[in-house]
Design a protein around this ligand. Structure first.
Ligand code: ADP
Ligand code: MG
Length: 348
């Protein structure tokens, strides 16, 4: 068989790790990204710079590839749909459209009888003023949010006045959950009822950005089983192909909620590179390229620490790592506050 050429839209750290996984499988990668300095440039076989609505550039990219996937969800639906007419886009553009919109995403999850936080659609100031039951709550833009961007904490109605909320955008208002813990479940689905699933990962966020992940998660057997069951349900219902991550909240009364779905590989799954025989990245490439599904085996327990902003600097000075420690530098050109620059995984 001739060599598969996988197109990846997006050139961040996830695109880099997908490229590294593909290389191991003898699959060539071409990355399309709107950032000329995209870190994945360092890891892919070919890099194409262009805007996500530049039809000509996208066509050039599509012509060179066999299959197309993406590393982040905020890609215009029109772009993915156009590409899908020429080459297969996986996960399907319609799935991405559903999940990139917080309201559609939450409505979908609730239809499956899976619990989410209480939420309501907000278009104007008065929609919040009449929503006392949802306070304290978090106002989130319906689209384009990540790492806590586009979110406002609203404790009481009066807060709206000082927050300077941009009402030209649409939001959902979510009731604040009294969090005991956050976990995520990563699943790679190959076809109907054929999937590999990783054990739940425990996550700690700082400033709404993921800081620590670890396996095993310290959770009850009920939560362990229920979170996996819900992730399987979601993947099956979406008829999903590839790796998907479900983020969960556990409240102080041991209730499980789905927070959100990521239709892609996920930061909390970086530890799968070292802790499993097959990483979430390799599994994603295997699924979208129709390669064999291999049974997952955990090699070790693990924890992962994200290096945010200038926390990377110390590690760039060649500090000595132990044999069970693995340091990844995303090779981002510019260090920015709150920017994920790298991570360290420790096998336990
Ligand atoms: P993003 O798309 O930015 O990841 P999330 O909805 O996952 O947005 O929110 C980021 C983090 O903010 C969550 O992981 C959690 O720590 C906190 N958070 C978000 N919504 C709630 C909520 N309703 N109750 C409590 N904490 C929340
Ligand atoms: Mg999130």
């Amino acid at each position: 068989m001739s060599k598969i050429i996988l197109g990846i839209i997006g050139g961040g750290q996830l695109g880099s790790m997908l490229s590294i996984a593909a290389k191991k499988l003898n699959i060539k990668t071409i990355i399309f990204c709107d950032d000329i300095d995209a870190p994945a440039k360092n890891f892919c076989d070919e890099f194409i710079f262009g805007k996500y609505d530049d039809k000509e550039k996208i066509l050039e990219f599509v012509d060179k590839t066999n299959i197309i996937t993406y590393e982040f969800e905020n890609i215009p639906y029109e772009t993915l749909n156009e590409i899908n007419k020429k080459k297969s886009v996986l996960p399907k553009p319609s799935i991405n459209r559903l999940i990139q919109h917080r309201l559609a995403e939450k409505d979908f999850i609730n239809k499956l009888n899976i619990r989410t936080t209480q939420y309501k659609f907000v278009e104007k100031k008065s929609d919040i003023e009449t929503s006392k039951d949802f306070l304290p709550g978090i106002l989130k833009t319906t689209t384009m949010g990540y790492d806590g961007k586009g979110q406002y904490l609203i404790n009481k109605i009066e807060d709206i006045e000082i927050l300077n909320i941009d009402f030209s955008r649409q939001y959902i208002l979510e009731k604040l959950v009294k969090l005991k813990k956050e976990i995520s479940v990563i699943i790679t689905r190959f076809s109907s009822n054929s999937y590999e699933i990783y054990e739940p990962i425990e996550n700690i966020h700082e400033d709404q950005i993921l800081k620590y992940s670890k396996i095993p998660a310290e959770i009850s057997k009920t939560i362990f089983d229920e979170s996996k069951e819900w992730a399987i349900n979601i993947a099956e219902e979406l008829n999903y192909i590839g790796t998907l991550c479900v983020e969960f909240f556990i409240d102080r009364n041991e209730n499980l909620y789905v927070n959100e779905i990521a239709p892609r590989v996920h930061n909390s799954g970086h530890l799968t590179i070292n802790a499993y025989n097959i990483s979430q990245f390799e599994n994603h490439v295997r699924a979208v390229c129709s390669l064999d599904k291999i049974s997952l085996k955990k090699i070790a327990n693990a924890k992962m620490v994200n290096l945010i902003g200038n926390q990377i600097e110390l590690y760039r000075q060649n500090i000595k790592l132990n044999k069970n420690e693995f340091f990844f530098d995303y090779l981002k050109k510019e260090i920015k506050e709150k920017r994920k620059m790298g991570h360290i995984t420790t096998l336990l």
